[in-house]
Design a protein. Sequence first.
Length: 341
Amino acid sequence: MTGNADPQGNAAAYRYGDETMTLGDILSDPRISRIAPQAIRNMDLTKEPFWNKSLKTLREEHFGGGLQAGFDRLFRAVENGEWYYPLYTPQECASDPDKEGTNLVFFRSEDPRASERPYILLVPGGGFVNVWNLTEGWPVAAQFNDLGYHVCILTYQVAAKDRILDREMEDFARALSLIRAHEKEFSLHWDRYCTCGFSAGGYLVCLWNVPEKGYARCGMPKPRATFPVYPVVSWKLAGKEDWHDDELAQSLFGCDMETAAQSPFEIPDHTGDFPPCAIFLAAGDSLVNPENSRLLAASLEKHHIPCRLEIGPEGEHGFADGTGMCMAGWTKRAVDWMESL
């Protein structure tokens, strides 16, 4: 990736709190070269119109939210030492190139009590074709850090052509195994964690709670709580055009969508073993039908599983950390609710 340079031809160094820097400048800083290609996984940002736009412009005209806070936190993590952890070995990636770039980024909270609390396994969305660390990863993790929680941000596989969801469950299991191996370094208890996911990532954190597909099948501990944010959870709600998209269905499930909707992939029909769950979305969401969240909440209530459903009175899909939008403060409300249980 290339961005603007100083007169000596060097990439511009990141400046904390400077919203005049362009996205290209920031992602061209060599200190984050390992994660920069995954800012939005599976998307060449150098070819996007916002590559040369400032963070201020991106905040005001495109993404909203706390982009600056996310980058500030990312660079602090880099400067503090180890922060980037590939999930698969070079040998595994060589034999299966779809695993290349799959990683975990660790953000440590400065709160001295953070190690006493569950950590957050954070899963950005991206429609199962991208992973939006730029908006739903780093800024959200920065907020959870400020609230006193260590955060591990998962960049999962999206490029595979077959059974993507099973691969992503493998990524979850590999992430927890990696965290277990670094438990002392991270100053946490690897088996005490919460999950938080957005949109497609919201589906993934819910699927992880389905024993036939997630933590139980992988031999991993159950999350203490789950925070799905504007999640898709029901394939029965999919449009009729999707029901006949065999290529999409095969890539996700390894079967047709009608079969998937009658299987453990249909989350509202398989919530009996869920942990407590707080769901957040905006009423004006035109990308993921809010009925997904209502169905999930109703199913959890049926099984007497603690559930909090918050629907913002306005706003759209993709509010991420909520900064400056109707859902501002949702991260605090999530952890306050969890701590009250």
